[in-house]
Design a protein around this ligand. Structure first.
Ligand code: BGC
Length: 541
């Protein structure tokens, strides 16, 4: 079987503005991030996913791009970027970046030209209409901020289409020139040595009347065209889909292994939070059973949190209400159809729950993605606008500005977290690296374990059911290696009697500590698990 690096990789989502400031302007930058690469090496991650680094007016934190082939001067220069990339590669870390195919900023020169009217060669780069009635059934993604997917352009006297903010006009993929431009952008960055892309908002590339304008056949066709370019010229690069869709629809972004290599598992994510709150394995088991198998060269990107709100788009109305009730008790915590909180505050700073959910994430076959700061248990700030409260500066130490910047604290792009419960004075890299039992050191061990046991990345999963529904248990197997994972989703200790007779004669070895458990026989195997306790066993012999 071929070894695909992205199936074994642990990804780290990095927000450049929030990672490390090198020039004291209060904002993270590329040289700053380069100076912190050794930290990421110690953490053990394999691939960095960079949030947009392109020039942008910053109305959607860089997802509103003015120039796809350049670097935001606030972050540095192309030379800084190349130095960063080279050093990351030297340390054995790959780097992918966001690729925003769907739209530009309304300050992009293409749009400024396009607005001049149909005589402009760029007019057709965007989607125009004389009236706002076309594609009437298409949902609005940023509800509350936007009231329509059409916006009026005074200059050319027409409406333009935008699936996201008004200032993000959608590109017109029916125009072959747009498709060529985007392929050129892909080549531009891969030629510099980038290892792939997180493909932002991929379902929305094409529009067709009478549809929801999501995941249309034409969209898949263009994604396959990008993949052909990758396979022909950059066979080691990876493409990861951001498609917030139900499992059956998401599956289509993999094609027959000839479209995107990976896709974020949006349906699973909220159900991990549901399962732990309901103290029941049901939500996780049900969604995984509904999730189609992937081609052998494909992989899920598994995540708990990211830079956006915890999206509940892949929930039923009932499930969404439940999630809001349990995880967004303060209305300030809600945003769009989700919850703008980081992992630690969501889980009430309960290290047991944090470890449990991460252990599930790292052992269900798929490649985990860690959101910067979550590995040290950073808090959030729900009083900041939009999604800014989960994008505050990284905590490096307990010095001024958490070691993030030497600037006057009032100059910081966002304040560091000082809430007593989550203060940077204790939740920071320096302190946690020194404490053996810190969440940071535990995450390092988890990352290391995942590497030791390829079943967690490549394995086939099979649930094992016991009477106790508070327990989630599954078996993953790869190339003769057999792993048994058992999780107590409850806040109380739980007994477990489980039929493991098919493994009779095996000795379970708990992989965190190496302890050998009693051999498995024909009778039900008995275990006791503490609150949110879990075991990861290798079945030996
Ligand atoms: C990104 C968001 C962004 C949106 C529009 C996404 O899905 O994750 O942060 O606002 O695309 O580009």
């Amino acid at each position: 079987m071929r070894d695909y690096w992205y199936k074994r990789a642990v990804f780290y989502e990095l927000y450049i503005r929030g990672f490390q400031d090198s020039n004291g302007d209060g904002m993270g930058d590329i040289p700053g991030m380069t100076s912190r690469l050794e930290y990421l090496k110690r953490l053990g991650i394999d691939c960095i996913w960079l949030l947009p680094m392109y020039p942008s007016p910053g109305h959607d934190d860089g997802y509103d791009i003015m120039d796809f082939k350049s670097i935001n001067p606030e972050f540095g220069t192309l030379t800084d970027f190349q130095l960063f990339l080279d050093k990351a590669h030297m340390l054995g870390i790959r780097v992918i970046a966001d690729l925003v195919l769907n739209h530009t900023s309304n300050t992009h020169p293409w749009f400024l030209e396009a607005k001049k009217g149909p005589s402009s060669p760029y007019h057709d780069y965007f989607v125009w209409s004389d009236n706002p009635d076309k594609y009437a059934n298409v949902p609005i993604i940023f509800q509350k901020s936007e009231t329509s997917n059409w916006a009026w352009c005074h200059e050319c006297g027409k409406y333009y289409w935008h699936r996201f903010f008004t200032h993000q006009p959608d590109l017109n993929y029916d125009n072959p020139k747009v498709r060529e431009e985007m392929l050129g952008i892909v080549r531009f960055w891969l030629d510099k040595g980038l290892d792939g892309f997180r493909m932002d908002a991929v379902p929305y590339l094409y529009e067709r009347e009478g549809t929801l304008c999501e995941g249309l056949p034409e969209t898949h066709e263009f994604l396959k065209t990008i993949r052909r370019l990758i396979d022909e010229s950059y066979p080691d690069a990876v493409l990861i889909a951001e498609a917030n869709q139900w499992p059956e629809d998401l599956r289509q972004y993999f094609g027959d292994g000839d479209e995107l290599h990976m896709a974020f598992n949006f349906p699973l994510m909220p159900r991990l939070f549901m399962a732990i709150r309901q103290e029941h394995h049901g939500p996780v088991v049900d969604i995984i059973r509904r999730t189609p198998e992937l081609p052998e060269n494909c992989q899920w990107a598994m995540f708990l949190r990211n830079h956006d709100e915890l999206t509940l788009a892949m929930c039923t109305d009932e499930e969404r209400d439940y999630m809001f009730k349990e995880y967004a008790k303060d209305p300030q915590m809600k945003l769009y159809s989700g919850i703008r909180r980081r992992l630690y505050p969501l889980l009430e700073k309960d290290i047991g729950k944090v470890q449990l959910l991460n252990a599930v994430l790292f052992t269900i076959p798929g490649s985990p993605v860690i959101y910067y700061g979550d590995e040290i248990g950073m808090g959030d700030n729900i009083y900041m606008g939009d999604r800014d409260g989960v994008r505050t500066p990284m905590h490096w130490d307990d010095n001024r500005n958490a070691g993030f910047s030497s600037c006057n604290p009032s100059k910081l792009y966002a304040p560091v977290i000082t809430d007593p419960d989550f203060s940077y004075t204790s939740a920071n890299v320096q302190v946690e690296e020194l404490i053996p039992s810190s969440i940071l050191n535990w995450m390092k061990r988890l990352i290391h374990l995942r590497r030791l046991f390829p079943s967690f990345s490549n394995g086939k999963l099979r649930f094992i059911f016991a009477e106790n529904k508070k327990i989630l248990s599954y078996f993953v197997e790869y190339d003769g290696e057999r792993m048994l994972c058992v999780f107590n989703m409850a806040s109380s200790s739980q007994p477990l009697n489980i039929d493991l007779s098919e493994f009779a004669g095996c000795r379970p070895v708990e992989v965190f500590g190496g302890a050998e458990f009693p051999p498995i026989g024909e009778l039900p195997y008995q275990l006791a698990l503490g609150p949110y306790g879990f075991y990861l066993f290798e079945l030996c012999g």
